[in-house]
Design a protein around this ligand. Structure first.
Ligand code: GLY
Length: 368
C-alpha cells in the first residue's frame, strides 16, 4: 500500500488514554511496527508475541524486524471466533512457564480483535497480570478492540462473558499492515468506523458517506483519516469512562443485537463487524419505532451501513431465538436489556424498558 500523503503527515496522530489503571498512547503511524522495540517497557523480562499462524505468515517478518535484536518467543492462537475460549489460553500460559516466563514477562498481542482480546486476557491473568503491548493488524482491532483494555473470551452461552479490564502499555496502529487484509475483513472493520460516526462523530459520518469510493479503494489518506478519527474518539470515551459505567456504553451500538447473532450462529458464520452492522440496522429500526430517531436520519444511517456492505446472507435465522439471547448479553442488567439507540447523526441514547414486540420487530427488520 502506498504511504499516506499530506493530510496524514500534518496530523502525526497519537492519542492519549488516561485511566485510573494506566495512561498510554495509541499511535497511528504507517510503519510503526518497524519501531516496536521502542515500546517494550524498560527492565522487561521475556517477550512473548501472541499471534496466529496466518497473521505471522503475512506480517511476522515486519514485526520481527521492528523488534530488532530483542529476543522473543512467538506463541500461536488458533484464530476464529469459535476458538475464542479459555482452553487455548491455558495451553499458552503453560508454554510461557516452561519457556521461563515470570512476572517480568511482557506479552505483545499481534493480530485481529480475537488475538488482542485473548492475548490481553492472557496478560491480565498470567502470574496475576503482566504488561501487554497491543499491535492490532485488522481494521476492526485498530479502531476498536485493541484500544481500551477490554480483554476476554467467549462462553458457550455468550460472547466475552469471561474477561477483565487490562489496559495496554501502548497501542501501535500501523495502517500499512492493512494491505494484506482480505476484503471481507476490511469491510467488517469499516462498520466499526461507521459506528463511530453514528454515535459521536458527525463529520466522520459525512466523510464516510461522501468518500465511500476512496475508503473502499483503501486510498491511504482516506484510510488514515478514518482510522485516526475513530481512534481519537475511542481514546476520549475510554478516558472518560474506563469501566463502562456511563459514556463507554455508547460504543455498544449494534453490539447487543450483534452478539446475539454471533452466539446463535455458533460464532462461525459472521465476522464481528458484520454482526455489528446487522445490530446497527436493528438499532436504527428500534430508534425509529420507539420514537427516538427521525425517518430521514434513520434512512441516511441505513444507507451508510449499506454502502459498506453487503452483510452476508442471514437466511435461515429467526428473530425469536435472537430475542431470547439478548437477555444473556452482559449488557443486560437485572433482566433489563439496555439498547444504544441512534437519536440523530452523531448522537445516541441508552434506552431500557422497551416493549418486546418492538424489539422483535427490529430483529425481523434487520433479518429481512
Ligand atoms: N468495543 C467496545 C468497547 O471497547 O467498549
Amino acid at each position: 500500500m502506498p504511504q499516506p500523503g499530506p493530510w496524514y503527515k500534518m496530523r502525526m496522530p497519537s492519542f492519549r488514554v488516561e485511566t485510573p489503571q494506566r495512561t498510554y498512547s495509541a499511535i497511528v503511524e504507517s510503519g510503526i511496527i518497524g519501531r516496536a522495540a521502542e515500546f517494550i517497557p524498560e527492565r522487561a523480562g521475556k517477550l512473548f508475541v501472541v499471534s496466529t499462524e496466518d497473521v505471522w505468515r503475512h506480517q511476522g517478518v515486519a514485526l520481527a524486524r521492528g523488534l530488532r535484536d530483542r529476543r522473543h518467543e512467538v506463541l500461536y492462537l488458533p484464530g476464529g471466533e469459535e476458538n475464542k475460549r479459555l482452553a487455548p489460553l491455558e495451553s499458552l500460559a503453560e508454554r510461557m512457564v516452561l519457556a521461563g516466563g515470570d512476572r517480568s514477562s511482557v506479552v505483545l498481542a499481534f493480530g485481529g480483535g480475537i488475538v488482542t482480546d485473548m492475548a490481553g486476557f492472557l496478560a491480565a491473568i498470567f502470574m496475576r497480570g503482566i504488561p501487554v503491548i497491543q499491535v492490532p493488524t485488522t481494521l476492526l482491532a485498530q479502531v476498536d478492540a485493541g484500544i481500551g483494555g477490554k480483554t476476554g473470551v467467549n462462553l458457550e452461552s455468550g460472547k466475552n462473558l469471561i474477561g477483565s479490564f487490562h489496559q495496554p502499555v501502548a497501542v501501535l496502529i500501523d495502517p500499512s499492515v492493512l494491505a494484506t487484509l482480505p476484503e471481507r475483513e476490511y469491510r467488517a472493520g469499516l462498520w466499526e468506523i461507521v459506528k463511530a460516526g453514528i454515535i459521536r462523530e458527525a463529520a466522520l459520518f459525512h466523510f464516510l458517506f461522501d468518500q465511500s469510493a476512496a475508503v473502499l479503494a483503501r486510498q491511504p489518506d482516506a484510510v488514515a483519516r478514518i482510522i485516526a478519527d475513530s481512534v481519537r474518539m475511542k481514546c476520549e470515551v475510554v478516558t472518560a469512562d474506563e469501566r463502562e459505567g456511563d459514556l463507554r456504553r455508547i460504543l455498544n451500538l449494534g453490539h447487543t443485537f450483534g452478539h446475539a447473532l454471533e452466539a446463535e450462529t455458533a460464532y462461525r458464520r459472521f465476522l464481528h463487524g458484520e454482526a455489528v452492522a446487522f445490530g446497527m440496522r436493528a438499532a436504527v429500526r428500534l430508534g425509529e419505532t420507539a420514537g427516538h430517531l427521525s425517518a430521514a436520519d434513520g434512512a441516511q444511517i441505513l444507507d451508510l451501513i449499506a454502502r459498506y456492505g453487503p452483510i452476508p446472507s442471514l437466511a435461515g435465522i429467526a428473530a425469536e431465538p435472537l430475542l431470547k439471547r439478548l437477555v444473556h448479553d452482559k449488557k443486560t442488567v437485572r433482566g433489563a436489556v439496555h439498547f444504544v439507540l441512534p437519536v440523530g447523526i452523531g448522537a445516541v441514547e441508552i434506552v431500557s424498558g422497551i416493549e418486546e414486540p418492538l424489539v422483535l420487530d427490529a430483529l425481523r427488520f434487520a433479518l429481512s
